[in-house]
Design a protein around this ligand. Structure first.
Ligand code: ADP
Ligand code: MG
Ligand code: MG
Length: 937
């Protein structure tokens, strides 16, 4: 329920609640306060909600109005759980407080004593009565729990007179004085804003003077003296006496809670978490119960299941003879909750019963607080327990088995992107280590290894005989480094953002990567890495935590990922529900097998260019590029064919029975040639005495010339994609032949290959027609050669140029399938160069100009329109056109939901994101179902 839909009877609440920023200005005296007529600020509906004594006005569904804490207290009270009585002042009053110039409207304020009457009636005590004083706590509580909100004030209502009565009633003067001491301290700190330290210093001085170690050894006269000093400090710092009137104490605390809604920490937290600034906080006033009245009293916190593992076990801690925050404050070491069974057997059983009742009632793990006063148990808080991903999985699956929740609910309870944590090795939580620098958490997982500074050295160290675990350290990586990255267990770069080459490729490979670690000075020439004064030389060990961005010195133990029983179960349920298919982007049999293990239903993108970079093949590729005639080129291509064929056979075998989309060559050719400077260096180094000197020199000069020729001002918009195949049809021919021969041979061997040949970067239907002709010709030749009449294959295209989306109806005449290449489509639609945008996109997101990095999460309003249009127009021509997406967005949950909405057939993402995509696709289906059923109601 949103605040908008809450019943509103007054005109005051109808005025649109203002955003934080405007609130700040409206509260300036004399503006809003003067501008709004008194009558407008009449009572909201109603300002106080009561709970306690087995009844409540509110309930769990009212978090908007009562805040999380208030709604929890109301619900507990309603279902008969023992809760100290109290009331909640609603979030609407908070809004009024700001509209009324930081002051509670009089009519609401006047009802405060009536509200206290509710507590007085149930407890039989009276607020401010020296003979039988009622003490209360004042607790803040917004809809979402937030740091920065006002801390709780306990023992409110004490003054000289009530203290005496309180001491008499409790029969323990020391206890009473200590309660008063705590109250003055909390009030001074929390409400009056005086440093905690200031008060702690007074206690410290006293303990030193009295030569004692523990607070508990302070005697009545010590405490009285401390209180006197506290009050003195307060007078000095605020210019006013400490308030003795309980109602004044209460009003000041209440207003302080409302004020804390707009303190800087709360504001920045809301901004960070997209929490609207106009929700407001509620205030809870509640009768005190005392866990510090001796060893028959105590206080504790707990969870109904283990929040770290999800194990169904009672989990928590408690302290005997303690109040409030003592458990979490770490002054005394709390005891594990199972010991409570010995200390207070009756209370323990009751607590177990209540908390399991709460878990059943809320149908989720509860995080609770309780206090025992003289053997009587009170619950003080309950809320949904935060948990690790592992625990979330186990709990969700267990609860389905226990018939507490449905499969759909279980699926909705797991944050898809959180699964990432489970799919990579991680640091052993028990390990101790030293972090030496921090970069961006570019690709999750953790790995230890020896550092190497060039791709070649990394490969050498990692392979043959040596077989070391290598961490590749570079300033930044480029396509030349692919092999080195492949050979390494982790990648560290000192430059580049979350979408830098290193980050994207590492994520694709499922390797951990820390990128943009600016503190790291990478010196390839000296083969060393310098961080501050620390120098790490080639061959020394570091550890990367790609989930946090931490760079660690030395070796740290890691834990391997496993798809536990629960994980597998949840994935199965996701598969039952989802409509979207999930494929993977994989260029090697190894990745294909990995992805299949994670549930991939095919390959959506196999990039052939990655196959060209190996030591053996690159010279042949270069030969092909340097060729002077088609014959020479064919010659080189003939040499490449067997390699390509082997690659494809491996992938078809791995994906036996599942479709494999293979993209023909995409990048500009210059990417396969060395740098100009490198060639110039080699020319200089040539030995004139060498027999082959002239030959070598000519060749190098030719390379240099070719590099010059291939140089482009804007390679991303240059001679690449299908434009290569149009100019050099031999390349497409070779690739088509390799694909179809591989498919025929795999099929002959008894497996099933389903090749889908994909032409990249098409913008005009004629480009596709041209390439299609080439491919079809080769397919027919090859089919005849292998006598493979029944081979299933298809030809399609990437939609990654806006014009292709606009003319998708024409393009579909030549295509059996479309695959949206949303990386390029984003680049070309938004005019952001993918390789350069990192520099400014960060600022765009920081300043809120763009809600998210469009290369990470699809820009649905803009680029998304092209996806929608391309799909609709394509299917207008061919109703059964298969449509998918293969950009980085294929693994992003929000983008996946969008793909579901648009009606795509599948998404394709890197192997490690396959489970995430399966879950996100299921959630998209469930959310759609929920929306339709809501509409039907
Ligand atoms: P937080 O949101 O920081 O947990 P809480 O309002 O829950 O703040 O309270 C802080 C501590 O004070 C908790 O340990 C809580 O159990 C205790 N507490 C709050 N109200 C009372 C009360 N009426 N009687 C006894 N203890 C209380
Ligand atoms: Mg609490
Ligand atoms: Mg592309």
């Amino acid at each position: 329920m949103s605040k908008k839909s809450a019943p509103k009877k007054t005109s005051a609440t109808k005025t649109p609640a203002k955003k934080t920023a405007t609130q700040k200005t409206t509260v300036k005296k004399g503006t809003a306060a003067a501008g709004i007529k008194k009558s407008k600020l009449s009572t909201p509906n109603p300002p106080y909600f009561y709970f306690g004594g087995g009844k409540a006005d509110g309930h769990a569904g009212m978090k908007d109005v009562l805040g999380g804490k208030g709604a929890g207290l109301a619900e507990m009270s309603k279902v008969g759980v023992p809760v100290p009585p109290g009331f909640t002042i609603t979030t609407e009053v908070c809004t009024l407080f700001y509209e009324n110039g930081m002051k509670i409207p009089d009519d609401i304020d006047n009802e405060l004593s009536k509200a206290m009457g509710h507590i007085e009636k149930i407890t039989g005590k009276k607020f401010g009565d020296p003979a039988n004083p009622l003490l209360v706590s004042v607790r803040s509580g917004a809809k979402f729990s937030m740091p920065g909100m006002m801390d709780t004030v306990l023992n409110l209502g004490l003054n000289k007179e009530t203290l005496e009565g309180f001491a008499k009633l409790s029969g323990d003067e020391r206890f009473a004085c200590d309660s008063y001491r705590r109250f003055v301290q909390m009030f001074g700190n929390v409400v009056l804003g005086i440093d905690k330290e200031t008060f702690e210093e007074v206690i410290e001085a006293k303990k030193q003077a009295r030569k004692i170690k523990h607070d508990s050894s302070l005697q009545v006269e010590d405490l009285n003296d401390i209180i006197k000093k506290y009050k003195h400090i307060i007078k000095k710092k605020t210019g006013e006496d400490f308030p003795d009137d309980p109602y004044q104490q209460l009003r000041m605390s209440r207003d302080a809670v409302f004020r804390s809604w707009n303190n800087p920490r709360a504001i920045s937290y809301r901004k960070l978490n997209n929490i609207p600034g106009n929700l407001g906080t509620a205030v809870n006033v509640q009768a005190m119960v005392f866990g510090n009245m001796g060893n028959n009293s105590g206080t504790g916190v707990g969870f109904t299941r283990n929040p770290a593992t999800g194990e169904k076990e009672f989990y928590g801690e408690y302290l005997l003879n303690a109040q409030g925050e003592d458990v979490v404050a770490g002054i005394r070491t709390p005891q594990p909750i199972k010991d409570l069974k010995n200390d207070m057997p009756v209370v323990f059983d009751q607590l177990r019963k209540i908390t399991s009742q709460l878990e059943k009632h809320y149908r989720d793990v509860q995080d609770f607080e309780f206090t025992v006063e003289n053997g009587k148990l009170y619950m003080l808080q309950t809320r949904t327990g935060k948990r690790t991903v592992q625990a979330a999985l186990k709990i969700a699956v267990d609860m389905v088995k226990e018939k507490l929740i449905t499969k759909e609910e279980a699926l909705m309870r797991i944050e898809p992107s959180a699964l990432d944590q489970l799919l990579h090795p991680r640091l052993d939580p028990a390990a101790k280590y030293e972090v030496i620098a921090k970069g961006l958490p570019a690709s999750p997982g953790a790995a230890s290894g020896v550092v190497y500074f060039t791709s070649e050295e990394a490969v050498e160290a990692a392979t043959a005989g040596k077989g070391k675990k290598v961490i590749l350290v570079r300033q930044e990586t480029n396509p030349d480094d692919i092999e080195g990255m492949h050979a390494s267990v982790g990648i560290l770069t000192s430059r580049g953002g979350m979408t830098s080459h290193a980050a994207v490729v590492a994520r694709g490979m499922g390797k951990c990567c820390v990128a943009g670690c600016e503190a790291a000075r990478v010196r390839v020439d000296k083969k060393q890495l310098q961080i501050g004064k620390l120098i790490i030389k080639e061959g020394e060990v570091i550890t990367l935590n790609g989930s946090t961005g931490e760079v660690i010195i030395g070796d740290v133990a890691t834990i391997e990922p496993e798809l536990s029983g629960e994980f597998a179960a949840l994935m199965e349920w996701a598969d039952e529900i989802r409509h979207l298919r999930v494929r993977t982007n994989a260029d090697t049999p190894h990745d294909a097998i990995q992805a299949r293990k994670y549930g991939a239903e095919g390959i959506g993108l196999c990039r052939t260019e990655h196959m060209f970079f190996s030591e053996e093949r690159l010279p042949i590729v270069q030969e092909m590029i340097l060729a002077d005639s088609p014959e020479e080129r064919m010659n080189a291509l003939d040499k490449l064919l067997p390699f390509q064929k082997e690659d494809f056979k491996g992938i078809f075998e791995a994906m036996d029975g599942l479709p494999v989309t293979i993209r023909t060559l995409d990048p500009p050719l210059h990417e396969f040639l060395p740098e100009k400077g490198e060639i110039e260096k080699r020319i200089k180094e040539l030995d004139k005495a060498d027999e082959e000197y002239d030959e070598k020199l000519n060749r190098l000069k030719k390379t240099l010339l070719r590099i010059e020729e291939l140089k482009e001002v804007n390679p991303m918009l240059g001679h690449r994609g299908c434009r290569l195949g149009v100019v050099y049809p031999e390349i497409t021919e070779m690739q088509a032949r390799a694909i179809i021969e591989a498919a025929c041979e795999v099929n002959k061997a008894g497996k099933k290959a389903i090749p889908e040949i994909m032409i990249p970067l098409v913008g005009h239907v004629n480009e596709l027609r041209n390439q299609r002709e080439v491919v079809e010709r080769i397919v027919n030749e090859t089919k005849a050669k292998y006598n493979a009449r029944k081979l299933t294959y298809s030809i399609g295209t990437m939609i990654e140029i806006p014009r292709a989306a606009l003319t998708a109806n024409e393009i579909a005449t030549e295509a059996e399938f479309f695959s949206f290449g949303t990386n390029d489509l984003t680049q070309m639609s938004m005019g952001f160069s993918r390789d350069d945008a990192g520099k400014f996109l960060r600022y765009y997101v920081d300043k809120g100009i763009l809600p998210k990095d469009p290369f990470i999460s699809l820009d649905q309003e803009g680029v998304g329109q092209l996806v929608q249009m391309g799909t609709d127009r394509g299917r207008a021509t061919k109703p059964d056109l298969k449509v998918g997406i293969c950009g980085e967005h294929g693994g992003d949950p929000d983008s996946i939901a969008f793909c579901h909405k648009v009606g795509l057939n599948y998404v394709s993402c890197s192997p490690f994101r396959v489970p995430i995509a399966r879950l996100a696709a299921a959630q998209a289906t469930i959310m759609e179902k929920q929306k339709t059923s809501e509409r039907d109601k």
